[in-house]
Ligand binder design. Structure first.
Ligand code: DGJ
Length: 692
């Protein structure tokens, strides 16, 4: 029998879908690009597996939505109930298809149950990212507990997976696990993306490294909490599913997953990472101010203690250090002297700002800085005028525990969204404001996709009416970082940890999906407010310079020497930010776990910078040679250790880079690597290079 086949592909990868008869299609191939002469019919025929004892007589495929009705022996792609509460086990049959140059939409129907399943798949020709989304429609109101974005099998030779966990001040923790029989399920019940659940997975082999080997990387672009299933069936086949957190969609006629982004890389984790980074830079984020302005945020300088004269003086000092944007954080509205009150009352506090925000904004603008302001729109304190007027706007039960003393507004309500729109629009219309830091400091009392849809609608409306205003997504640091929010915002506050040693690890692991241009990184106080650790100014400054740079300490605490360091590094960042904003972050492999090293490679490959941070003493005396990546093996590069003056007296020898620039081929740099001077822990070597 002729199979129906479809192909999405480019020079990097091919995805071949096939189905026999009217069944839902399955991916019969996903991997390195296939030659043009390949017959997809043959691949469809070759994909049929044998059956033996203990199996049904025809193995149900890992289709784009594996069906329980086909005796699929694992987690199905849809779990739902009809109006009477009976389980729905649809049998979908082909209805129609639409194909375009880079995408396809496949429609399947179960006419008995009056359900239709729409599967959208496309491959972005610029970044080679697959984007896949499932959409279910029912003639009757039904309950859907689980709907997977299009499901792809994982090849058997990929035996490991890397998943993300984390916590406040330690986001993006990665963990490498072996596949094993059964399902590994991550079901995020917090109602937001959350510190502990960055919605991504990388499937790889034990050999895959940053720079070599195969990897399949996935990201679910949704801010309301996701569910991930990575399952090995008893027959040995493996599948990966992503969708909204279970049971988070209300009874309805229409259900839609968020887009699942995925890609195959034959060049290690970096091969996938640069595609996600590029997609965010070039496709997802729109309207970000370029060049990216150096940020100043006053939170860790003053907290809730806003005094106009002090803030003016802080802004002046920040400007002197090189800041180009000043963000007024929490504490400017209602009677917000601590975190027990006023969320919801988005009116300037006349006790702190008797003449409104204008005097501060005028001062900031006179220094040449843009003015930004903090909001936490989705939240409400019991001690607020808003709560006194509209306690019925609160999401969840009356006796729920609060989080950071606050409750959550029901964002699915039109009146709530209108109220928030009016408050925020008024502040934006009455003041010269170019930036919002949009915070979200607690998990939700109920897991409800409508909450996230309401949030998206509010931001979309504000973006349409205030297109010049940039938005930063923050949720106690990196609690809401995902492609759903990044479609609507311009920057993420990656973590509340301004401890640069922690930050090195967090931003290193986040770069598997995020480019530098959207990743906020601030020079924090000398003694970190979240870890109590004292960190030298150079380490703090260079760590921030690896991403979208900013400051978040009280500049009045800086010694002259520290201020000089900050000015110098900020000057360097400004001189390089144009090309770095479109550079790829390539993580470098090292056998030394004390080293976090990355190479930011310009789009044209003609220049790069290497940051090699030693976060603790190494076990061996000398540094291992640092092997680079992504270079033209035949080209020659001239490399300068730009902060060689920082070499300590304990470095008694004369490694070449300590006193000279090195000219070497891409092949040498990638195979042998750089021999760097000995240094103390908590230092960063910075190397600039140009193709000769
Ligand atoms: C949590 C954020 O992550 C901080 O940066 C700061 O904005 C506070 N909230 C303000 O309450």
């Amino acid at each position: 029998m002729q199979a129906r086949t479809w192909h999405l592909g480019d020079a990097h990868q091919s995805l071949v879908l096939a189905s026999l008869g009217d069944c839902l299609p399955e991916a019969v191939y996903w991997g390195p690009a296939l030659p043009e002469r390949e017959s997809y019919q043959s691949l469809a025929a070759a994909a049929v597996t044998d059956v033996t004892g203990g199996m049904v007589d025809r193995n149900a495929p890992i289709s784009l939505n594996p069906e329980a009705s086909q005796t699929f022996p694992g987690q199905s792609g849809l779990t739902g109930r009809d109006a009477d509460g009976n389980p729905l086990t649809p049998r979908f049959r082909f209805s129609n298809e639409t194909t375009s140059e880079h995408g396809l939409t496949l429609v399947y129907a179960d006419t008995d149950l009056e359900l239709s399943l729409v599967l959208d798949l496309s491959m972005d020709p610029e970044t080679s990212l697959l984007q896949m989304q499932t959409h279910l429609e029912s003639a009757h109101k039904i309950t859907v507990d689980w709907l997977a974005a299009p499901v792809l099998p994982v090849p058997a030779h990929m035996g490991e997976m890397i998943e993300y966990s984390g916590r406040w001040c330690a986001e993006f923790l990665t963990r490498r696990l072996p596949f094993a029989p059964g399902a590994r399920v991550r079901d995020n019940r917090t109602g937001r993306t959350d510190h502990a659940h960055f919605p991504a997975l990388i499937v790889c082999s034990s050999q895959t490294s940053n720079t070599s080997g195969e990897a399949y990387a996935y990201h679910y672009g949704w801010s309301g909490g996701h569910r991930m299933v990575a399952e090995e069936l008893a027959d040995g086949r493996r599948q990966v599913q992503f969708g909204h957190a279970s049971a988070s969609m209300k009874k309805n006629h229409v259900f839609r997953t968020a887009p699942l982004f995925a890609t195959y890389s034959g060049t290690g984790f970096n091969g996938a990472a640069v595609r996600f980074q590029k997609y965010v830079r070039n496709k997802l984020v729109s309207g970000a101010r370029m060049p990216r302005p150096v940020h100043y945020n006053c939170w860790e300088a003053v907290y809730f203690d806003h005094k106009l004269d002090e803030l003016k003086s802080i802004a002046s000092r920040a400007a002197d250090l090189g800041a180009e944007r000043f963000v007024l954080d929490d504490g400017w509205f209602g009677q917000r002297d601590d975190d027990t009150s006023s969320l919801g009352d988005w009116v300037v506090d006349k006790r702190k700002y008797p003449d409104g925000l204008k005097p501060l904004i005028d001062h900031v603008k006179s220094l040449g800085l843009q003015f930004g302001i903090w909001f936490e729109p989705e939240m409400i304190n019991e001690d607020s005028d808003l709560f006194r007027a509209h306690s019925e706007w609160v999401l969840g039960s009356a006796d729920q525990p609060k989080g950071r003393q606050q409750l959550v507004l029901d964002m699915s309500r039109d009146d709530v969204r209108d109220y928030l729109y009016d408050c925020i629009a008024k502040v934006l219309a009455e003041n010269d404001i170019g930036y919002i830091k949009w915070d979200h400091n607690r998990v939700l009392p109920v897991v409800d996709a409508a909450q996230t849809e309401g949030l998206y609608a509010l931001i979309d409306r504000l973006r349409a009416d205030f297109p010049h205003v940039e938005i930063e997504s923050c949720a106690s640091g990196g609690g809401r970082v995902d492609f759903g929010i990044l479609k609507r915002t311009h920057r993420v506050w990656l973590s509340d940890s301004n401890d640069a040693l922690e930050r090195q690890r967090i931003q290193h692991d986040a770069s598997l999906f995020l480019p530098a241009s959207v990743t906020g990184s601030h020079v924090g106080p000398r003694v970190s407010h979240t870890s109590g650790r004292t960190i030298n100014a150079k380490f703090r400054a260079w760590t921030a310079a690896q991403r979208h740079m900013g400051f978040e300490m009280d500049p009045r605490e800086l010694s002259d020497e520290e201020a000089e360091v900050l000015k110098t590094v900020t000057g360097w960042w400004k001189a390089n930010r144009d090309w770095m904003a479109t550079a790829d972050i390539l993580r470098l492999d090292s056998a030394d776990p004390a080293l976090f090293a990355e190479q930011q490679l310009a789009e044209d490959g003609d220049r790069f910078v290497v940051f090699a941070a030693l976060v603790r003493p190494s076990n061996q005396i000398l540094q291992y040679p640092l092997r680079l990546t992504g270079l033209d093996r035949n080209a020659l590069y001239r490399i300068t250790l730009i902060n060689r003056a920082d070499a300590t007296g304990l470095s008694r020898g004369s490694p070449f880079l300590k006193n000279n620039d090195l000219e070497a081929s891409g092949q040498y740099l990638m195979s042998h690597g750089l021999t760097l001077p000995w240094r103390f822990p908590e230092t960063i070597w910075v190397l600039e290079a140009k193709r000769i």
